[in-house]
Design a protein around this ligand. Structure first.
Ligand code: NAG
Ligand code: NAG
Ligand code: NAG
Length: 690
């Protein structure tokens, strides 16, 4: 998807106002959930109420010094103790601890002025149908590899050594052919070894034979120190004063996995990430169709057209001149690593010429070329699922393990993108859950997370197949996942940056933002509180940029247009005109009243409520024809008692079902109407009969 689509679909999303007000720049006293309905006729009462509201807000801000959590508790208590008995304020959600639920924030992943992104259930009946148990075996069989490797050596796998008796093995280095991204050159010599051998080459092929017949072939990759790289890093770091705040960057990409599919298929990994205090960016939306145009913004901050104009004018040209992010890290003294498996479809090589020189200090491609072309197997659709008897994705995780241990006490930027397992099949990610979990657990247990920012992410959801043809499949295609793990000491040292990151988990977010975020990590002094405050001030008085670092507040009014998400991929729901006699609206209102009465059914002292009138209604849906998910946000008045309630009823066309999302708000005073019940929740709804 390119820029033409952005202009083609140049339709501003309707901004949605939810009574949000910002009273102070730094002290966001959000009155979102304080809903106050004032009788228009009674001007005197109105003035009186405004004065009270202002006094209460003043008191609360004074008491709380902008600290959100205590603020909320006090606000609730102030209400419960009826200091201002005629004003009903509610905040059901924020009274609950902020635990993660897949349904997100009150039924919405993002609920901002600029974007309403409904949360959907990963285990809805529609997708559940596609959750099948998968498995595959390598065509080369299940036997263990004869030879294993660690960071410095090849050795006979101790578990299979008895087969090794009259077999002769040798190792042969190979390397990337100069100026060619698609060729490798093997050493003429194959060096015999027994038991184990120390290796100082980057890429190695092993051949073992019995009676002069090759019976075993395998490929290995190492990270030997390179004098020029070491010298560059030393030079760069000797000039830098802010070393101790710098983190290595480890990006683990898992191709074609939506956020919801990640939760469905890789629950062990998700759970581990949450236990590491990962921030999950719930509004992360793809900005284009497939991998290349989504990774270009992440790696360059540009869209694919801009990149093309800048540094890739003809399709024959390589990407060497392009300003990809690892160049900045390289200059700053980081060792750089770029690894992708499934060599036929890698980002810069699929229908493209790749690189003339290796783009990073360590570049996995020559290994994949050698290994996949020779012993790649189990190709079901686009990728070799296996290399010999190993799973391809396990090979790239083994490489990741070597990276994090080799450079554990140095700075590195590693961009490691796995596609072989997850690119083609909706349910295949389940087969990687254990491996990814184990790798991240390994990194965590070895205390390596202390010096790195770990980013686990995808580029988009599955892009074809039966699931993609469902409504939920379409939504998931647009919504990949990103989890960010930062060390505890870093979070404590940069509380404002960390706080913004956490808040932005409920913002519309893109790969352009992630680019800015990574740039900030290159330059951590810009994240210190005083600097950051200056940046926030500057941001407030200038136009909203396309990419915004997640360490800064992403503005509440951000729409897909502002974030450069083409309408086609925008999953924010927009407000449509309500046709008042629409039967579905009527049905939704009846459903709402029934839900209210169901809630009150356990309280015999409360009257059964009837609809008096519909005061307001909005319908939210996505931009497509025949949207299958409609949210009706309705405000109704009921009788007896003339209570005014607001809620959102989600209608699903598929099975004609309705449910309430989030809580029911009471918008007018209940006074003494509900004095007969004690529970806070029920007080909002009950009209006492006696
Ligand atoms: C790697 O394996 C070799 C051979 O078994 C061994 O001598 C060496 O200590 C190992 N290195 C590490 C870091 O484990
Ligand atoms: C990154 O490097 C490019 C040149 O490749 C340069 O134009 C850009 O300003 C650098 N960005 C940062 C944040 O250092
Ligand atoms: C809704 O009202 C409009 C005009 O008020 C009318 O033309 C239309 O037929 C009505 N639709 C239904 C379903 O009653």
């Amino acid at each position: 998807m390119d820029d033409t689509n952005i202009s083609e679909f140049h339709r501003r999303n309707t901004l949605f106002y939810n009574g949000k007000k910002f009273i102070d720049d730094e002290c966001e006293l959000t009155t979102t959930l304080i809903k106050i309905k004032i009788q228009k006729s009674d001007l005197r009462l109105q003035r009186w109420l405004i004065i009270i509201v202002l006094l209460v807000l003043l008191l609360m801000s004074f008491l709380n010094n902008c600290n959100i959590n205590p603020f909320r508790i006090i606000r609730f208590e102030a209400m419960a103790k009826s200091i201002t008995p005629d004003i009903v304020m509610q905040e059901h959600l924020s009274l609950l601890p902020r635990v993660y639920t897949p349904m997100g924030n009150d039924g919405f992943l993002v609920r901002n002025k600029g974007c309403y992104l409904p949360a959907m259930d990963p285990f809805d009946p529609e997708p559940r149908h596609f959750i099948i148990k998968e498995s595959f075996e390598c065509e080369y069989g299940k036997s263990l590899p004869l030879i294993e490797s660690n960071n410095t050596a090849l050795f006979i796998n101790p578990l299979v050594s008895n087969e090794f008796n009259n077999i002769n093995c040798c190792w042969r280095p190979f390397w990337r052919t100069k100026n060619d991204d698609n060729a490798i050159t093997f050493d003429q010599q194959c060096y015999p070894f027994q038991n184990s051998i120390a290796i100082n080459a980057e890429f190695v092929k092993v051949e073992c034979s019995r009676n002069n017949q090759v019976t075993y072939k395998d490929y290995y990759v190492f990270l030997p120190r390179k004098p020029l790289v070491e010298e560059r890093c030393k030079q760069a770091l000797s000039k830098n004063k802010f070393l101790e705040d710098r983190l290595s960057i480890l990006v683990l990409g898992i191709d074609s996995v939506s956020r919801m599919n990640f939760h469905r298929m890789m629950p062990k990994t998700v759970k581990l990430l949450h236990s590491l205090n990962a921030v999950e960016m719930l509004g992360f939306t793809k900005v284009a169709e497939n991998t290349y145009p989504n990774l270009v913004p992440l790696l360059s901050g540009l869209n694919q057209d801009e990149l093309q104009k800048l540094c890739w004018q003809t399709p024959k040209e390589t990407f060497d001149e392009c300003p990809l992010l690892w160049k900045n890290f390289s200059t700053a003294g980081y060792r750089t690593i770029f690894a992708e498996d499934a060599y036929t479809m890698t980002t810069f090589n699929y229908l493209k010429p790749g690189f003339r020189d290796e783009p990073t200090d360590y570049y996995l491609r020559p290994y994949c070329l050698g290994a996949e072309r020779d012993i790649g197997n189990t190709r079901k659709l686009n990728a070799n699922l296996c290399i010999g008897t190993r799973k391809t994705f396990d090979c790239i995780l083994d490489y990741s393990r070597k990276v994090v241990t080799e450079f554990s006490s140095e700075l590195y930027f590693a961009f490691i993108w796995q596609a072989s397992l997850t690119h083609d099949y909706f349910a295949y990610p389940q087969l990687g859950d254990d491996s990814y979990h184990d790798f991240i657990e390994y990194v965590s247990q070895k205390d390596l997370l202390n010096r790195i920012v770990l980013i686990v992410m995808s580029d988009h959801g599955i892009r074809w197949g039966k699931f993609r043809q469902t409504y939920q499949g379409k939504i998931e295609d647009s919504l990949p996942f990103v989890f960010i793990v930062l060390p505890r000491w870093w979070r404590e040292k940069f509380p404002l940056a960390w706080g913004n990151l956490r808040k932005n988990s409920h913002s519309l977010a893109t790969a352009f933002d992630l680019h800015e975020t990574l740039k900030d990590l290159l330059n951590p002094q810009s994240l210190h509180e005083s600097f950051l405050k200056e940046r926030i001030k500057a941001q407030a008085s200038s136009p909203i940029p396309r990419g915004i670092s997640w360490f800064l507040p992403v503005p509440d009014i951000r729409t897909c247009d502002m974030a450069h998400i083409p309408n086609h991929w925008c999953m924010c729901h927009t407000s449509n005109t309500v046709i008042w006699n629409d039967t579905s609206l009527q049905d939704s209102v009846s459903f709402f009243v029934r839900e209210l009465n169901d809630m009150l059914s356990g309280y015999p002292l409360c009257a059964t409520l009837n609809l008096k009138l519909i005061k307001d209604a909005k319908i939210w849906s996505d931009n497509t024809d025949g949207a299958k998910l409609l949210d009706y946000t309705v405000t109704i008045q009921t009788t007896p008692g003339d209570a005014i309630f607001e809620a959102t009823v989600r209608y699903k066309a598929d099975d004609n079902s309705r449910k309430l999302v989030g809580s029911i708000s009471r918008l007018n005073a209940y006074g003494i109407q509900s004095a007969c019940v004690d529970e806070f929740n029920i007080r909002l709804y009950c009209y006492c009969l006696y």
